[in-house]
Design a protein around this ligand. Structure first.
Ligand SMILES: Cc1ncc(C[n+]2csc(CCOP(=O)(O)OP(=O)(O)O)c2C)c(N)n1
Ligand SMILES: [Mg+2]
Length: 472
């Protein structure tokens, strides 16, 4: 049924999307002009404020200020990339590690290599920018494709691009990824092609999953990216097990560290599930080399984090498990990158888990089944998108280095747009996977029951050929 639903492809709207998506300028303009309608008239909520009274944060280096993140609570900012040990956590609120401010200005240029890689090249920086831009362009075009009935469902990552690219660029493909669903940029950074994304969303014959999953439930064995599953938090205990297995394999081979770290992404909402506790505890007690990576974007669909927890977010929970942890500004690519690199080294060299909590804001709707203006104001969304846009923040940094300018940014976005549109058009033309593939891969070898079901289905289709089309 999912296959059928995903194959709503007709060429009726193909031209419309081509025209509609071809005239955007800045990142935020694209975000806003192309996101689903934002029509609420509810009152404005000021999200970004300045606070003069700080919490007790004596354990860390606080430079100047604090700011409001998810949950409307002021959090102190720090320029120290400190991963706190469980028995040495900060008093008061966990600080938020930040390298750049909203304008892309480096907060403390005296900081060392764990702050910004001194060997960062123009080529690498532009690649990171281009990947964030590609993700953003893809999101907007795929969202439109869903609105036109060409794909059945979509989930975008608007506002969280730096979380994806900042963390993915600190890892390599030997590191094993367990994702939730809003981590498309991580897979993109690893090399998943635009055609692979499009084929998956169209459930066509090119889809690695043979059309048996909802759109955006990507997976790639080649890229060490486990296939996404919808039930929240299932990936956490699985990831703990994966990290444990990788450690044991290394030990069996006479090595003291695993080939790669396991990174398990999840949302603030997923952290409310019981599996979160099970995974954290087993990873801590079994000394698993894993990064638990919580994307705190302020919402679990319509539930704001204020209704999700009473403690200090997610990072503070690490103490209870005897686990190291750090909270990071998720709109700051450099901070996410530095924290992930540090956490990876700690997890692998000392065989233990680390919890990262990135603070950002879900600018898009939860999914194409959601209208977020029913539970938050358009002003709030706009404020985040325009005043603290992760792509713009990094772009401004690159501009001050002379690595990007308006023209280059526009060229990059135009190129990416063409790339996305071509992949979409070509995915739409591909036929569905063969019907009989739906029985593959459940077990290594088909069980007699599955064989019986397959035979019955084929017999049925053969009996009513006028009612079915597509390859068998
Ligand atoms: C076990 C389970 N309960 C409920 C849902 C429905 N559901 C899907 S996404 C979601 C919100 C998750 O929020 P969060 O973890 O913060 O991730 P985000 O969408 O913000 O990226 C919910 C409740 C589900 N998929 N699985
Ligand atoms: Mg969330």
């Amino acid at each position: 049924m999912l296959r059928a639903a995903s194959r709503l492809s007709s060429h009726r709207a193909a031209r419309a999307i081509l025209t509609e998506s071809s005239s955007t300028s800045s990142a935020s303009a694209l975000l806003f002009s192309k996101s689903a309608p934002l029509t609420s008239t509810s009152s404005s909520t000021a999200v970004i404020r300045s606070f003069s009274t700080l919490h007790d944060i004596s354990a860390v280096d606080i430079t100047s200020d604090s700011r409001i993140y998810a949950g409307d609570v002021p959090l102190p900012l720090t320029t120290d990339c400190t991963i706190f040990e469980a028995d040495d956590v900060p008093t008061g609120k966990y600080p938020v590690f930040r390298v750049m401010d909203e304008n892309g200005v480096i907060r403390d240029s005296s900081k060392g290599p764990e702050y910004i890689d001194p060997n960062l090249t123009e080529e690498h920086a532009v690649k990171m920018f281009r990947t964030m831009a590609r993700l953003n362009v893809m999101d907007n075009i795929f969202l439109n494709a869903q609105r036109q009935g060409r794909i059945s469902f979509y989930m975008s990552s608007q506002g969280e691009e730096a979380v994806h690219i900042g963390s993915a660029s600190a890892l390599d493909n030997k590191d094993v990824i367990f994702a939730q669903y809003r981590e498309t940029g991580v897979l993109m950074w690893r090399g998943f092609t635009m055609s692979q994304f499009a084929d998956q969303c169209f459930s066509n014959s090119g889809d690695l999953g043979k059309g048996r999953q909802m759109p955006v439930h990507y997976g790639s064995r080649a890229l060490n990216f486990h296939t996404i599953s919808s039930p929240l938090t299932t990936q956490l205990p699985q990831a703990a097990g994966s990290a444990y297995a990788m450690k044991m394999e290394a030990l069996r081979n006479g090595k003291d560290r695993a080939e790669g770290v396991t990174v398990c992404y999840f949302g603030d909402g997923a952290a409310s599930e019981g599996d979160f506790h099970a995974a954290m505890n087993i990873a801590a007690t079994m000394n698993c080399p894993i990064i638990f990576f919580c994307r705190n974007n302020g919402f679990a669909i319509s539930t704001p984090v204020a209704d999700q927890y009473r403690g200090d977010g997610i990072a503070s929970r690490a103490k209870g498990y005897g686990m190291a942890s750090i909270r990071v500004d998720g709109n700051d690519l450099f901070a996410v990158n530095a924290a992930t690199a540090r956490a990876k080294e700690l997890a692998l060299s000392e065989n233990r888990p680390v919890l990262i909590e990135t603070m950002s804001y879900r600018v898009g709707h939860h999914s194409t089944s959601d209208d977020s203006t029913r539970y938050r104001s358009t002003e709030e969304i706009k404020k985040w998108d325009t005043e603290d846009n992760p792509i713009d923040r990094f772009r401004r940094y690159c501009e001050t280095r002379g690595w990007l300018d308006e023209e280059t940014v526009q060229t990059i976005r135009d190129e990416e747009k063409i790339n996305v549109l071509q992949a979409l058009e070509s995915a739409e033309k591909k036929g569905p996977p063969e019907l009989s593939t739906m029985f593959d891969d459940v077990y290594k070898e088909k069980t007699p029951e599955l064989e019986r079901q397959e035979a019955k289905l084929l017999e049925h289709v053969a009996k009513y050929p006028e009612r079915y089309s597509g390859p068998i």
